[in-house]
Design a protein around this ligand. Structure first.
Ligand code: CP
Length: 307
């Protein structure tokens, strides 16, 4: 089974991933791998092909494969034959011929992943495709929120704000789809130039930070994705003045029990100050931990290795 995106997903599409990932995190939030899963991917090699930079997604998939007893084959595009002009499809077909059981792929071109998903015989997992989708990030965000709010199933009655650069964000696109499927009410907020056209996302749109934060259970903060926009689209100083979350915003505008989340990488001092990113309200490092558990669940489901 491929995992390319969650556009149009239902509750039943999402819950199995979250429920399986629950088996890989203990009550204190630490990673565990029950004995029955430790060889689930024995004799399976998974190709990790990152044609764009990554820290969290790449490392957590590598750890997830390792924790399930598989072999993570890392292919760095800078030192591969892609540099000589080989296509991504030829690269994957050659690795498939060597016995890969599946691929985890990140690419700046949003059309490459669907094409590879159709062309390859083994499962393809989207690790981020341009401004398209980042489905495993959305799963780990929903999983983190479900645990933080002590929910056992869905997120009915929960309000989540996604704030910052929405227009260029694959995380926003997947988060909206997954959170809505779980029954959450989803808001988006940011400068007009960084919001998508009306109706593109199933979320209520705000251009005022204070109004957007009112009554939320969590805010997912996104960085400005400069790699996907012309240099002059956004004035950073103006963005910080209007949208950055600092201690004062937390004190005056964020509801008392609301959590702060960020997929990373965090631009400290731009969308979040360090004291807020490192505060007790922040779930950022728990998101990183949970990313390993979610990717273990995704690998098992996509490769049909559930036990
Ligand atoms: N959240 C996320 O995708 O981080 P990386 O780019 O470091 O993988």
């Amino acid at each position: 089974m491929n995992l390319l995106g969650f556009d149009g997903a239902t509750l039943q599409d999402i819950l199995p991933f979250l429920d399986l990932a629950d088996e890989f995190v203990d009550a204190t939030g630490k990673l565990i791998t029950p004995r029955k899963y430790r060889d689930a991917l024995a004799h399976h090699s998974i190709g990790l092909l990152f044609f764009e930079p990554s820290t969290r997604t790449r490392a957590s998939f590598e750890l997830a494969v390792d924790r399930l007893g598989g072999y993570p084959l890392q292919l760095a595009s800078e030192s591969s034959s892609i540099k000589k002009g080989e296509t991504e499809l030829d690269t994957c077909q050659n690795l498939q011929a060597m016995g890969m059981s599946g691929f985890v792929i990140r690419h700046s071109d949003r059309d490459i992943l669907p094409m590879l998903g159709k062309s390859l015989r083994v499962p393809v997992i989207n690790a981020g495709n341009g401004a398209g989708e980042h489905p495993t990030q959305a799963l780990l965000d929903a999983f983190t929120l479900r645990r933080a709010l002590r929910r056992e199933r869905d997120l009915e009655g929960v309000t989540v704000l996604i704030m910052g650069d929405i227009a260029h964000s694959r995380v926003a696109r997947s988060d909206v789809a997954v959170l809505r499927a779980l029954g959450a009410s989803v808001r988006i907020a940011g400068p007009e130039s960084l919001l998508p056209p009306d109706g593109l996302l199933d979320a209520t749109s705000f251009t005022d930070r204070k109004a957007a934060l009112e009554g939320v259970d969590a805010v997912i903060v996104l960085r400005i994705q400069r790699e996907r926009m012309p240099a002059d689209v956004i004035d950073e100083e103006a963005f910080i003045a209007r949208w950055a979350i600092d201690e004062e915003v937390v004190r005056d505008e964020l509801p008392e029990n609301a959590f702060i989340m960020h997929p990373g990488p965090v631009m400290r001092g731009v969308e979040l100050t360090s004291d807020v990113a490192d505060s007790d309200r922040s779930l950022i490092l728990q998101q990183a931990t949970n990313g390993v558990a979610i990717r273990q669940a995704v690998l098992l489901k996509c490769l049909k290795k559930e036990i």
